[in-house]
Design a binder for this molecule. Structure first.
Ligand code: MG
Length: 429
């Protein structure tokens, strides 16, 4: 019996979950973290968790004093993109040994911004890979949004790290490669995405073989009640105004089209190694029930909490333990209700794309993701209307040369092809 399986048995963790969801080996001492995407929404929530772990809270420190390492975690490295001020503030507070400026602006401005920094500074996508593969790192929080997070997440998996996976695109684009690689290297892929984290929690101790279906909840986004005609004239500002979650621009638009849920269906299929027929989406406007698992006997387990990413991040960082968290708590005595209804596929056709891509697999995920990234940016830039995003993705997906098991090089070629094709679709509708 291996050490890991002993830990699993002791904790009652489902032995039939894939290898990458098993509890990591228990470490002695603090876990050293690499936070990729430290200035984004996941990054800032991760810093909240780390702040809560400090022996002395930030508020009690004097000017220029750093928190440094916490009780359970040490921020070993952090990357920032497009927000030098937020990166410098995090570095000043947590004093990591490695900093990565993943874009040129941050890399250029770093020395002038933080002249006293004595650690290592890396630049660009190579810098992200270097930090993710650093032998000193125990846990990599993959919090970069979109295709930009792929190589660094794969590098972390290749090095057998514990990966807190918020970059769903790694599984959408390269689910077959990422899971095969994790099985070979012993890396863990623990879901930070709130729905998948909820499913993960529900499966612990219950097992996967007895699952009848997994139900992902969706808030429905800001256009939940809008007709197609109303959506057609939606502005970026309206689409960015998510009713329950505060997130970055790309994922907020994906929530408005429900493409986010489409990508999450693909993510769930790979992460939990389930049949697509076992996956279902239900609209739940309150974003309190983060997902549900129904077992063969009809029992349904759900995970509930106020919408706050600090909770899934901490669950993953501390797994298999549970620790007091800074996340908002439920107030059961307040007047509240939970509503569920079926998604309207005529108004939100992205879900059909998600189911189809999850079913077909192969090269479909990388193409859908690339087309959607380009189309969302075009919408934000005022180049196309809101209701053109999903039809453009459909066109590019239908015209792509399907491959059943593309390797990484083919995937990256297809990613480039799909971006060009989408740009052409947008310029010549
Ligand atoms: Mg999610």
């Amino acid at each position: 019996m291996t050490r890991d399986s002993r830990i699993a048995d002791t904790l009652g963790v489902a032995a039939d979950l894939p290898a990458w969801l098993q509890p990591p080996a228990v470490l002695s001492g603090r876990k050293r973290l690499a936070l990729l995407g430290g200035t984004g929404s996941i990054g800032q929530s991760t810093l909240r968790v780390l702040r809560h772990d400090q022996v002395r809270p930030f508020e009690t420190l004097g000017v220029g004093e750093a928190c440094g390492a916490g009780r359970r975690f040490e921020l070993y490295g952090i990357s920032g993109h497009g927000n030098l001020g937020a990166l410098a503030a995090a570095v000043q507070e947590f004093r990591p040994q490695v900093v990565v400026g993943s874009d040129r602006e941050v890399a250029r401005g770093w020395n002038a911004c933080c002249p006293g920094f004595v650690g290592e500074f890396y630049e660009g996508p190579e810098g992200l890979v270097r930090l993710a593969s650093d032998p000193a790192v125990d846990v990599v929080v993959a919090g970069i949004v979109g295709r930009a997070g792929l190589e660094s997440t794969l590098a972390a998996i290749e090095c057998g790290k514990v990966v807190g996976l918020a970059n769903k695109e790694t599984l959408v684009m390269a689910g077959h490669l990422a899971t095969d690689l994790a099985e070979r290297t012993g890396a863990r892929l623990l879901p930070v995405d709130s729905e998948h984290n909820a499913i993960f929690q529900c499966l612990l101790g219950a097992g996967r073989k007895q699952v009848r279906r997994v139900v992902l909840t969706a808030s429905g986004g800001p256009f939940r009640t809008w007709t197609v005609a109303e959506q057609a004239s939606a502005t970026p500002q309206q689409a960015l105004a998510h009713p329950t979650w505060k997130m970055g621009a790309k994922i907020s638009i994906d929530s408005a089209t429900m493409m986010n849920k489409a990508l999450e269906l693909i993510e769930a299929k790979w992460l939990f190694d389930l049949e697509v027929e076992q996956l279902q989406v239900v609209v739940h406007p309150e974003s309190i029930v983060h997902s549900l698992v129904e077992f063969v006997d009809g029992s349904v387990l759900a995970q509930l909490s106020p919408p706050d990413m600090a909770l899934p991040i901490q669950q993953v960082l501390d797994f298999p333990e549970r620790v007091e968290s800074p996340a908002k708590k439920m107030d059961f005595l307040a007047n509240w209700s939970l509503n569920f209804h079926s998604p309207d596929l005529d108004r939100f056709p992205a879900l059909l794309l998600g189911l189809e891509v999850a079913r077909r697999g192969g090269s479909c995920g990388v193409v859908l993701n690339a087309a959607n990234e380009v189309a969302v940016q075009a919408f934000l830039d005022g180049g196309i209307g809101f209701t053109q995003i999903v039809p453009i993705c459909r066109r590019v997906l239908d015209s792509h040369p399907f491959e059943a098991y593309p390797d990484l090089r083919s995937l990256l070629d297809l990613d480039r092809w799909a971006r060009q094709e989408t740009t052409q679709c947008i310029s010549k509708p």
